[in-house]
Write a protein that binds this ligand. Structure first.
Ligand code: UDP
Length: 380
């Protein structure tokens, strides 16, 4: 059987690698963009040599041993540990909310147990018994004052939905701590590829049985496919089915890039902006991902980008699914349609309509390979 994978992002590239190397089958991977790697793509900036994540910061982190073992076959990872700061009403705090944030915000010097007891009272004032949405969940974890300062405005800018209309799972991504641990993630393994994401994807796709075609839109080749070609589609399902049940809602992003004549602009990789008066959600400064690259790091220039969230319109890049009840129900109809279509599998963050981190995309690709692709191949 010949396999066509639509989309050279992480899920699609892992799938291509497995089909070629384990099943010894030919795979064609197409992507409408001019590069592999999907939204994980990174490239060296021509002027400064600084490695820039073209679609916003990507840090690989996981607690899944099988995912770490698998991805480490294609790249070494640095010891980079992600730490984020947040600007709120003219002051800078640690994000995720930890003991440092709590003490600075309330002007206290709490120890962990004191902070926990204090927050318990804050939470008791407003929390509901069974939090059913993002706002209720956040208030039940940190109380209303911290929610109002650090979550409400940022979330509104990011999603353009009232946080009461958003799923609690979005806020469960963030740790909240009453310790000084400032790590953005709780995971066991973490880092960025030592030689960049581009090199990682090159290695994933480096197999004589894999053909990559860039600048190639699925619609332009769809009519030429033979009926026994297995299509593994990682794009937007509503678009694939010509929006027959309606449009899924997505969030898109706009990046405003700037090269500045300073060695260090903000002292860290990511600075979030909580206040709604500031139109962007965060600023990325990419040289801080690779302090070990001494030359670009020491250069008296730096590359930053401001990230603006916006409602997706057809033709934009889709970044985030909006997993509320309406959209999840609509997605289920498209997924059922895909299940009924012979030789079609949906996958990836867009195809599965899931707000996955990179490790979850890898885990899912490995799982779909084992449970859907291998059994078919054994039957044929
Ligand atoms: N969030 C927030 N304030 C922050 C950072 C995150 O309110 O400073 C909320 C916001 O709703 C966001 C969610 O937490 O959409 C998840 O944040 P994360 O950093 O995981 O988002 P990503 O990096 O995937 O955009």
């Amino acid at each position: 059987m010949h396999y066509l994978i639509v989309g050279a992002g992480l899920w699609g590239s892992v799938m291509a690698n497995r089909i070629a190397s384990v099943l010894n089958q030919p795979v064609t991977v197409i992507d409408k963009r001019d590069h592999i790697g999907g939204n994980c793509h990174s490239a060296l900036d021509d002027e400064t040599g600084i490695e820039c994540h073209r679609y916003g910061s990507h840090i690989f982190h996981t607690s899944l041993p099988q995912v770490w073992e698998y991805i480490s076959r294609f790249s070494e990872f640095t010891s980079y540990q992600h730490k984020v700061f947040i600007s709120c009403k003219g002051r800078v705090y640690t994000m995720p909310i930890n003991l440092s944030t709590i003490n600075a915000f309330y002007g206290k010097n709490f120890r962990p147990a004191e902070a926990a007891a204090f927050l318990k009272e804050e939470i008791a004032r407003d929390a509901v018994a069974e939090p059913a949405n993002l706002e209720e969940k956040a208030v039940s974890l940190i109380g209303r004052p911290l929610y109002d300062a650090f979550i409400r405005g940022y979330t509104h800018k990011q999603w353009e939905h009232d946080p009461r209309e958003l799923p609690a799972s979005i806020i469960s991504r963030l740790p909240f701590r009453t310790t000084y641990n400032a790590n953005y993630f709780n995971d066991v393994w973490q880092g960025v590829p030592r030689d960049g994401y581009f090199s990682l994807f090159q290695k994933l796709l480096d197999d004589p049985r894999i053909t990559v075609r860039l600048n190639c839109d699925y619609e332009s080749i769809r009519a030429q496919l033979s009926s026994d070609c297995m299509v593994i589609y990682t794009g937007m399902p509503d678009q694939l089915f010509n929006y027959k049940y309606g449009e899924l809602e997505w969030r898109s992003l706009r990046f405003e890039w700037e090269t500045l004549p300073v060695q260090d602009y903000q002292g860290t990789t990511v600075m979030n902006y909580a206040d709604v008066e500031i139109p962007f959600t965060r600023i990325h400064e990419f040289k801080h991902y690779h302090p070990e690259r001494q030359e670009p790091f020491a250069l008296n220039k730096t590359v930053i980008c401001r990230e603006y969230s916006r409602t997706y319109a057809r033709g934009d890049e889709a970044y985030y699914p909006v997993n509320n009840a309406r959209n999840n129900e609509l997605y289920a109809r498209y997924a059922a349609e895909a299940d009924k279509t012979p030789n079609l599998i949906l996958g990836g963050r867009l195809g599965a309509y899931r707000y996955w981190d990179m490790d979850k995309a890898v885990a899912d690709a490995l799982h779909v390979f084992e449970t859907k692709i291998c059994p078919r191949e054994n039957r044929s």
